[in-house]
Design a protein around this ligand. Structure first.
Ligand SMILES: *Cc1c(COP(=O)(O)O)cnc(C)c1O
Length: 223
């Protein structure tokens, strides 16, 4: 039975999150998003039974099929993947709790417009490319303050909740920590930002120690 293994994994990850949280601040509240992109609806149901409520997907089609399969469960769905503008309508029709990955001004404007047409307001995060890797999407850290203010002022149908970043893909822990530290510094300058989404299976403790309050964990939970 997978549910037993998943319950064990979940318990272990929550204990690790708790340790990292306490080493940062006992007042910090941290939210765990289980990234289920490589897993089936039935696996997600097992993880839900183990106690997990919030799940993240990175493809609009997968989010659609999984939200349909699991429509009877009160799951909170997050979208964490690259969003193509021709998928915006489908994504919005699925009513995601939070879109983590708004990575350009053009995408924010397109999302805002579609939300307006649909008469809805969508919670989003701006994705920051703190590691400056070419393979990664997102705004440069240096520009995030201006862009954040600009989107806040121009996109009435988007509710900007904070920022998301993917840690630099290297073995050097100091380099990863530095990337998180810089992201936290930028986050602290943003008016009204509440959510700092950073940390995955390989680096979530470092992210929490640098101020993350939302972590997105896939492989370590579903193994
Ligand atoms: C896949 C993914 C994760 C989870 O990655 P793991 O290393 O499996 O924990 C987190 N965030 C994003 C944006 C992802 O695409």
């Amino acid at each position: 039975m997978k549910s037993k293994a998943f319950a064990k994994n979940l318990k272990r990850i929550i204990a690790r999150i708790e340790n990292a949280r306490l080493s940062y601040s006992s007042h910090q509240i941290i939210k765990l998003i289980a990234v289920s992109k490589y897993h089936t609806s039935s696996d997600i149901e097992c993880m839900y039974e183990a106690g997990q409520r919030a799940f993240g997907e990175n493809k609009v089609q997968d989010l659609k099929s999984k939200t349909t399969d699991l429509a009877t469960l009160p799951i909170e769905w997050h979208f964490v993947g690259t969003l193509q503008s021709n998928k915006i309508n489908t994504l919005l029709s699925l009513k995601p709790s939070l879109v983590h990955s708004v990575d350009s001004l053009a995408l924010a404007l397109a999302l805002d417009k579609k939300c307006q047409t649909r008469g809805m307001v969508q919670d989003i995060l701006l994705q920051v490319n703190a590691s400056k890797e070419d393979s990664k999407h997102g705004f440069a850290l240096e520009s995030i303050s201006d862009i954040y203010a600009q989107i806040t002022h121009t996109c009435a149908n988007l509710r900007l909740k904070g920022i998301m970043t993917i840690g630099v893909n290297v073995d050097d822990k100091r380099q990863i920590a530095k990337c998180f530290e810089q992201t936290k510094k930028a986050f602290d300058t943003l008016q009204g930002a509440e959510i700092l989404s950073m940390g995955m299976s390989g680096d979530f403790e470092l992210a929490i120690q640098n101020g993350a309050n939302m972590v997105r964990i896939g492989s370590a939970l579903f193994e």
